[in-house]
Design a protein around this ligand. Structure first.
Ligand SMILES: C[S@@+](CC[C@H](N)C(=O)[O-])C[C@H]1O[C@@H](n2cnc3c(N)ncnc32)[C@H](O)[C@@H]1O
Length: 264
C-alpha cells in the first residue's frame, strides 16, 4: 500500500504546485466573479498549451486529415474548385486551418466567445480558407447549422469537454450531407495502464470543473464505436501520442487517443 501511495504521489507531485493554487483562485472567481471568468481564463491559458500540442503532433494530425482532400463536395460549385463545406466544432484559437483544402468554406461552432479574436487572427495566415460564420454555441445544439448542409465535420480534443457526447454526435450526423464525413481526434481514458487511469480519475474533477473544462477519463472511443446515432460506418484507431523525455513524460496523462472517420 505504501508503495502504491508513493507511486501516486510521484506522478501527482509536479502537478500539485500548479493545479492547487489555480484551482483555488478559479473556485473563488467562479463562486463570486460571474460565469465569464472561467472561459476568459481558458482562452488565455489554453492558447500556448494548444499551440505546443499542435506543433508536437502536427505531422500525425496531418496524416489523419490527409484523406479529406479526396472527399468530394455535395455542392457543385465547391466540387469544381476541389473545395469542401466544413464545420469545425470547438476550434479554440484555430490550429486546424492548415489541414483544410484550399477554397473550402468554413463555419465554426465554439462555446467560448473569448476565442473569437485569436481565431480570426489565425485565419489571416490562411487566406485560402473562406470563413462563413463563427457561431457561439454548443456542439450538442447547433441550431444555427441546417440539416444536411456540410460535407465534413471536424473536432480535435473537443469531445472531452461536451456535456453529452451522444448529443454532440447526433447533431453532427444531422448537419452532415448523406455520405458526409466526421473527422475526429480525441484524447481518451487510458486503455491499458491502470495507474494512469487512476490518476486520470483523480484529476478529472479539477481539470473539468475548475481548470480546463476537460475530462481526462472519457471513454469517447467506446461511445463513438457503439454508434447509437446511426452513422453508416465508423472507422477508428486508438493510439498514443509520443512522449518526450523528462517533464514530457507527464503527458502520459493524456497520451491515449482515438482518431477516426465516421460516415453518414
Ligand atoms: C481542448 S480545446 C481544443 C481546441 C482545438 N480544437 C484544438 O485542437 O486546438 C477544446 C475546445 O472545445 C471548445 N468546447 C468545449 N465544449 C464545447 C461545446 N459543448 N461545444 C462547442 N465547443 C466546445 C472549447 O471552448 C475549446 O475551444
Amino acid at each position: 500500500m505504501s508503495n502504491f501511495l508513493t507511486e501516486i504521489f510521484q506522478v501527482l507531485q509536479p502537478w500539485i504546485p500548479h493545479l492547487l493554487p489555480v484551482s483555488i483562485v478559479l473556485f473563488v472567481f467562479q463562486k463570486f466573479g460571474g460565469s465569464h471568468i472561467q472561459p476568459w481564463f481558458f482562452s488565455k491559458v489554453y492558447s500556448p498549451l494548444l499551440s505546443d500540442y499542435h506543433v508536437k503532433y502536427r505531422s500525425i494530425k496531418k496524416e489523419h486529415f490527409d484523406s479529406m482532400k479526396n472527399h468530394v463536395s455535395a455542392d457543385l460549385a465547391l466540387r469544381k474548385k476541389g473545395a469542401l463545406r466544413i464545420l469545425e466544432i470547438g476550434p479554440g484559437p484555430g490550429y486546424n486551418f492548415e489541414f483544410y483544402p484550399a477554397n473550402s468554406e468554413l463555419t465554426v461552432v465554439e462555446v467560448n466567445p473569448f476565442f473569437e479574436e485569436q481565431f480570426f487572427k489565425k485565419q489571416v495566415e490562411h487566406p485560402y480558407i473562406i470563413m462563413d460564420r463563427f457561431v457561439v454555441g454548443y456542439a450538442e445544439n447547433m441550431k444555427d447549422v441546417p440539416d444536411n448542409s456540410v460535407d465534413v465535420v471536424v473536432s480535435t480534443i473537443m469531445l472531452c469537454s461536451v456535456r453529452s457526447i451522444e448529443g454532440a454526435l447526433q447533431e453532427i450526423r444531422r448537419v452532415l450531407v448523406p455520405g458526409g464525413k466526421y473527422y475526429y481526434w480525441e484524447h481518451i481514458r487510458d486503455y491499458d495502464n491502470f495507474w494512469v487511469r487512476f490518476v486520470q480519475n483523480l484529476l478529472s474533477y479539477t481539470t473539468h470543473d475548475l481548470v480546463f473544462g476537460c475530462r481526462l477519463n472519457r471513454k469517447t472511443d467506446e461511445v463513438i464505436k457503439a454508434n447509437k446515432c446511426g452513422f453508416s460506418s465508423v472507422e477508428q484507431k486508438r493510439f498514443r501520442t509520443p512522449l518526450q523525455p523528462g517533464f514530457g513524460q507527464l503527458r502520459v496523462i493524456h497520451s491515449a487517443h482515438v482518431k477516426g472517420i465516421a460516415t453518414k
